[in-house]
Write a protein that binds this ligand. Structure first.
Ligand code: FAD
Length: 392
């Protein structure tokens, strides 16, 4: 195909994918003074990938230092988002309450809580079974041994936060191309040299892969093998229900992973079916409703009265890595190709930190936010995986 070289587009940084992660990177780059940023999104609107399917939970209650550090940047960022950006993120600090039903859960929460406090998290504490009963007498608590609660954990509106990031970036010079698939990534002897899109080529020395569950396909365009797999997750919103407080936190039943939070006038129910297998499956399976309602009523007996409209339930894709940590930073051996992928269920809560880390790495080659070498792609080849077990 012939293109007129006079009209060849250029950008200092091209970001492939306009979900919450690409948008946060665009915001952080622009805020750091890099105005020549181009976000390329193949859909006609942003948010049609995982971002628009998310449950919007944000928490610092993780088990590994690097995940805790990412939350310690991200949650205060969300708390001050509206003030900083002039757009709403819908942060609601209603907390996360983990309910332990086995001694090993309790020991696990205690170890994590000590790590979280040592790293600077202030509002996390262990709670007794009696305290949980007092907080939520509606829970069946005969097997609850105690738990942990962090009051600054909570929820955001992912769609709104994504729009806020991108709108601020666009207000300050970044460009967004919608309805524009990236179809190829070009390399030369120096590294990345450009991308090919449905609107023609763009010349650039820096490309960020922010393609969510489709990241492996985008990496392949640059000749990079990326261990990110799509995994279906289904969510079930209920009809209005007023017999459980709407000020409740995200409540996690550690006996089976069932969790729920208030949403609108009802509740949003989640449970990760261990039998789910990787693949690009985004259809909602109606049999899931019975499975999740059974677990809901088992932990919250009055949830037997919940009404659910199956047409309002949905499925989306997690972007899973082998160690449930994101893959961030420049690909060794491919100068200018940066990854922001594989959030394994945490891409909304860690989008602010990811934006900051990627912006630092793109502009200065280093970051103080985390030890970025821990999250580099080379950890897999070098056997340095960092397992996160607190995955919901
Ligand atoms: C059911 C469910 C519940 C979840 N709950 C939570 C939660 O409570 N908390 C949390 O933190 N996270 C949660 N997540 C995970 C979170 O939603 C994701 O980690 C996050 O949205 C990833 O954002 P992203 O921008 O990387 O990806 P996406 O939002 O998927 O964006 C990637 C974009 O790249 C575009 N793209 C792909 N290929 C190309 C191409 N070739 N050219 C141009 N554009 C391209 C896509 O169209 C898409 O818009 C949940 C996910 C699901 C599915």
């Amino acid at each position: 195909m012939q293109y007129n070289s006079v009209s060849m587009q250029t950008a200092e940084v091209v970001i492939i994918g306009g979900g919450i992660v690409g948008s946060s990177i665009a915001y952080h780059l622009t805020a750091a003074g890099c105005k020549d940023v181009l976000v390329i999104e193949r859909e006609t609107a942003q948010g049609k990938g995982s971002t628009g399917k998310s449950m919007g939970g944000v928490r610092a209650q993780f088990s590994t230092p690097v995940n805790i550090q990412m939350s310690l940047y991200s949650i205060p960022f969300y708390a001050s988002f509206d003030e900083r950006l002039g757009y709403p993120a819908g942060y609601r600090p209603q907390g996360y309450l983990f309910c332990a039903t086995q001694d090993k859960h309790l020991a696990y929460l205690r170890t994590n809580q000590q790590e979280q406090i040592a790293m600077g998290l202030k509002n996390v504490r262990m709670v007794s079974a009696d305290e949980i009963r007092g907080m939520f007498p509606q829970l069946r608590s005969d097997d609850i041994l105690g738990g942990s609660f962090c009051s600054t954990d909570g929820f955001v509106d992912p769609y709104s936060a994504m729009n806020g990031f991108m709108s601020w970036a666009a207000d300050h010079g970044a460009k967004l191309w919608k309805n524009t698939p990236v179809t190829a990534i070009q390399r030369d002897a120096r590294g990345i040299s450009g991308v090919e899109t449905s609107k023609g080529p763009v010349s650039t020395r820096k490309v960020v892969n922010a393609a969510g569950p489709w990241a492996a396909g985008v990496a392949e365009m640059a000749g990079v093998d990326l261990p990110v797999e799509p995994l279906r997750r289904m969510l079930v919103p209920t009809e209005p229900f007023d017999q459980f407080p709407h000020t409740a936190p995200m409540i996690i039943d550690m006996s089976n992973g069932f969790h729920f939070r208030p949403e609108s006038l009802g509740f949003l129910l989640a449970w990760n079916d261990p039998e789910e297998t990787p693949g690009f499956k985004t259809d909602f399976e109606s049999t899931f409703i019975e499975k999740i309602l059974m677990r809901a009523a088992d932990r919250v007996p009055i949830f037997e009265n919940l009404a659910v409209n199956p047409k309002r339930a949905w499925a989306g894709l997690y972007e899973m890595t082998p160690d449930h940590h994101p893959i961030l930073g420049e690909v060794p051996g491919v100068p200018g190709f940066f990854l922001a992928n594989g959030f394994s269920g945490h891409g909304v809560m860690h989008a602010p930190a990811t934006g900051k880390i990627l912006s630092d790495l793109l502009l200065t080659g280093k970051t103080d936010l985390v030890d970025a070498s821990l999250l580099n792609l080379s950890r897999f080849a070098e056997g340095r995986m960092i397992e996160e077990t607190a995955v919901l």
